[in-house]
Design a protein around this ligand. Structure first.
Ligand code: CO8
Length: 258
């Protein structure tokens, strides 16, 4: 499918989705989020895709929700359209693993979008922030909830209340990003990570995603039970038998998603 605000490439079982509104530093508007939801649903349904990379430009992953689109809206319009509600819900329904490869600004909705992905690889020039307070508003697509779970209350409050930006190194220290790499190597690293994931059993990879995400939604006992049941269920698959046989035979496993 052709998109106006995205560039999508599929290569070696990895779909790379690049946000592409360069004149607005990839600010997220209704069109972009709608197209992103569609592109992710396409990737999810495409048998050739085993992992997804979401990225932006060298200067900005995304500088937030599009302020120009929002500025004139009223409460009634926002509420009745549930602004960004359906698009973000659709993005979060993606079942295949998504890596956010973040260079430059990931601010406001941009930071929130990165946090909707499964993990974040950051370029050393990445800057994260929730500066909505400078506009007289607050985060609206998950920032107060997800950032707090990632970095804890104190740093989350600091980011949301002062609107300051966090450099990549601090973001890694705080647990927001999984690794920081030189900006020039960002896509190479993200590709390599995606390739590694693409080589695994897709059944196991998708169950990992479900189980880790459960940790944010249910009490520990429920999460532990869910994980254990998923573990048990994989013993009804050829991939479990193949993975364990390959270990014992000292060879590389050939997973077939069965
Ligand atoms: N929205 C719209 N346009 C933007 C945005 C944005 N968020 N960010 C940048 N742009 C545009 C600029 O207006 C400019 O366009 P133009 O040339 O037509 O004036 C172009 O991108 C380049 O930007 P700058 O000239 O400002 O570039 P600088 O390098 O000087 O500065 C910054 C870069 C620091 C990133 C600066 O652009 C900036 O501060 N941007 C706004 C950051 C921000 O406040 N983000 C939060 C937005 S609100 C939000 O995300 C809420 C999310 C929740 C939605 C909930 C719905 C339910």
């Amino acid at each position: 499918m052709a998109y106006e605000t995205l560039i999508v490439e599929i290569e070696d079982h990895v779909a790379t989705i690049k946000l592409n509104r360069p004149d607005a530093l990839n600010a997220l508007n209704t069109q972009l989020l709608g197209e992103l939801a569609d592109a992710l649903a396409d990737a999810d349904g495409n048998d050739k895709v085993r992992c997804i990379i979401l990225t932006g430009s060298a200067k900005a992953f995304a500088a937030g929700a599009d302020i120009k689109e929002m500025s004139e809206k009223t409460f009634v319009e926002m509420f009745l359209s549930d602004f960004f509600g359906s698009e973000t819900a659709a993005i979060c329904r993606t079942r295949k693993p998504i890596i956010a490869a973040v260079a430059g600004y990931a601010l406001g909705g941009g930071c929130e979008l990165a946090m909707m992905c499964d993990f974040i690889i950051a370029a050393d020039n990445a800057k994260f922030g929730q500066p909505e307070i400078n506009l007289g508003v607050l985060a609206g697509i998950g920032g107060t909830q997800r950032l707090t779970r990632f970095v804890g209350k104190s740093k989350s409050m600091d980011m949301h209340l002062t609107g300051r930006f966090m450099e990549a190194e601090e973001a890694e220290r705080a647990g927001l990003v999984s690794r920081v790499v030189p900006a020039k190597q960002l896509m190479e690293e993200a590709q390599a990570a995606a390739q590694k994931i693409a080589e695994k059993s897709q059944l196991a990879a998708m169950m990992v995603k479900e189980a880790v995400n459960r940790a944010y939604e249910v009490p520990l006992n429920e999460g532990l039970l869910f994980e254990r049941r998923l573990f048990h269920s994989l013993f009804n698959t050829e991939d479990q038998a193949e993975g364990m046989a390959a270990f014992m035979e000292k060879r590389t496993a050939q997973f077939r998603d069965r």
